[in-house]
Design a protein around this ligand. Structure first.
Ligand code: MRU
Length: 351
């Protein structure tokens, strides 16, 4: 079985979600109980290992999992990597499915460990880069969505860098976009920031403009769900307007993601499939859970007239010329162009 922390219950409750089969994991992915690009890769990888261990049809399981959500490339990457390991082991051991299942689990664990190692390098390189981009310390950083330990095998991507800055004593303020409509910033990033003792404030997404205008932001740090070959970055909806604001106010806009988030088979940003989510996520207050088994509050409270149509893309795409730098576990690219992305992907890791 696969045991997940149900992120839809945070920050009120830390509740485990147990998946004993693939449909349950697909449902957990689609309901965002488990979410965020690197973690989706890890969950998908373990999902294939679960299917192998339980004697389910592994090819079918891999297909279901890889397509559970379309935008984060890490999901398909994790799924296909473990599926390939399983198939290779099956071919080697002449259909010895127990051995192949063990091999699938070993591959999922390797991917999990590699993600943790990658996130440690992201934190180190990102912290160094900020020192160069904004000398003098005492940083005021703005972030969007959730990119910390909740979405990673280690410290995370953008929020991992924030944590490194904080641990170095250089974080003056973390500005946390609430991240409408599902509030991953307010619910999850603020939860992690509070646990780490960071100085943080949550803001509504549309307050970011006045924050920039007041000169309160030294750099923007965000994660990514897919980076196209031209360097365009798909990330949680609301990222692109931040990049535009950052450019207008001459503030560095930095993307932090493992190389596994780069998808060279997607040529341009406009080719990235952006997931469209149900309109009720916009037109209703999302459910809030309370500790102690008390009544749930807020679930399905309408914000708009019954039957209102909604536009609810889960992601947007930021063109490469608005991105100051991409920090990866193989090093930093700046400027971000098709050439620098290709060069990054052809090199082994920095150092
Ligand atoms: O909650 P999701 O899965 O819809 O959001 C994805 C993300 O977590 C973000 O876009 C994030 O910034 C990139 S993943 C570290």
């Amino acid at each position: 079985m696969l045991v997940l922390l149900d992120q839809t219950r945070l920050p009120a409750e830390e509740v485990e979600l147990v998946c004993t089969d693939v449909p349950a994991l697909v449902a957990a992915i689609q309901s965002l109980a488990v979410r965020g690009a690197p973690l989706l890769g890890i969950a998908g990888a373990y999902g294939v290992a679960l299917a192998a261990a339980r004697g389910f049809d592994v090819a079918d399981a891999a297909e279901q999992l890889a397509h559970a959500r379309p935008t984060a490339v890490n999901l398909a990457y994790g799924v296909r990597r473990v599926e390939e390991a399983y198939k290779a082991a099956m071919a080697r051991s002449g259909n010895g499915s127990q051995r192949a299942a063990a091999q699938a689990l070993a591959e999922a664990r390797a991917l999990h460990r590699e993600d943790a190692e990658a996130s440690a390098r992201l934190s180190e390189y990102g912290n160094e880069l900020l020192g160069e981009l904004v000398p003098g310390g005492g940083l005021r950083l703005l972030t969007h969505c959730n990119t910390g330990v909740l979405v990673s095998g280690g410290q995370g991507t953008a929020l991992g860098v924030v944590r490194a800055v904080h641990q170095a004593g250089e974080l003056r303020k973390l500005w946390v976009d609430e991240t409408r409509p599902l509030l991953q910033g307010a619910r999850l990033t603020a939860y992690e920031a509070a646990r780490e003792g960071m100085p943080y404030s949550v803001l509504s997404d549309n307050a970011a403009g006045s924050l920039f205008a007041e000169g309160e932001v030294d750099a923007v740090l965000v994660g990514a769900d897919r980076i196209a070959a031209d360097g365009a970055v798909a990330n949680k909806v609301g990222t692109y307007p931040l990049a535009v604001l950052a450019r207008h106010h001459e503030v560095p806009f930095v993307v932090v993601a493992p190389v596994t988030t780069v998808d060279l088979t997607t040529e341009r940003g406009s080719d990235i499939e952006v997931e469209q989510r149900p309109g009720h996520e916009v037109t209703e207050i999302p459910p809030v859970h309370r500790t102690g088994g008390g009544p749930e509050t807020g679930g399905g409270i309408p914000l708009a007239p019954v039957g209102a149509q909604a536009y609810n893309p889960a992601f947007d795409v930021t063109p490469p010329d608005l991105v100051t730098a991409i920090v990866t576990d193989r090093g930093v690219i700046s400027p971000v162009t098709a050439d620098t992305v290709a060069e990054l992907c052809s090199t082994s890791r920095k150092g």
